[in-house]
Design a protein around this ligand. Structure first.
Ligand SMILES: Nc1ncnc2c1ncn2[C@@H]1O[C@H](COP(=O)(O)OP(=O)(O)OP(=O)(O)O)[C@@H](O)[C@H]1O
Ligand SMILES: [Mg+2]
Length: 123
């Protein structure tokens, strides 16, 4: 992927600055810049293998960029582990707990975050 520009309010929820990522000889992200404004919904569209999931994994922190930075709400989180980024990611291939009901799967994250039962149900 090359470069993408966002639009909307002035505050960025997510910002990628000059991210470079390669796997072996395969350069997947070639210095991409991406801004996602507060409240903006952004879709990454492109052929299979173009780097959409790699980009999401950089934002979530499951992959580190070889060069470049990831910022969330103005903070540089490039070196921050996924569990400290306060983000949710739904994987392309769903990872559901087979022993739990749909409700239990959906409320699991909220439960971990100690959200009360009534609030879990509402949300
Ligand atoms: N962990 C990895 N090790 C080696 N190569 C990888 C790894 N992850 C992704 N790749 C390669 O990086 C490239 C981009 O993969 P990515 O999964 O980001 O593509 P995508 O745009 O999400 O594709 P799709 O539309 O199929 O989901 C592909 O060539 C893929 O084979
Ligand atoms: Mg993908």
């Amino acid at each position: 992927m090359e470069a993408v520009q966002g639009a909307g309010s002035n505050k960025n929820d997510v910002e990628i600055k000059g991210a470079f990522k390669q796997f072996g000889a395969n350069v997947v992200l070639n210095g991409i810049d991406l801004e996602v404004k507060q409240g903006e919904l952004l879709t990454l569209l492109g052929p299979s293998g173009c780097g959409k999931s790699t980009t999401l994994n950089l934002i979530a922190g499951f992959l580190d960029p070889d060069r470049g930075e990831v910022h969330i709400k103005g903070n540089n989180v490039t070196k921050v582990p996924p569990y400290k980024r306060d983000l949710g990611m739904v994987f392309q291939t769903y990872s559901l707990f087979p022993h739990m009901t749909v409700y239990e799967n959906l409320s699991f994250g909220l439960k971990l975050r100690k959200v009360g039962k009534a609030d879990q149900k509402r949300r």
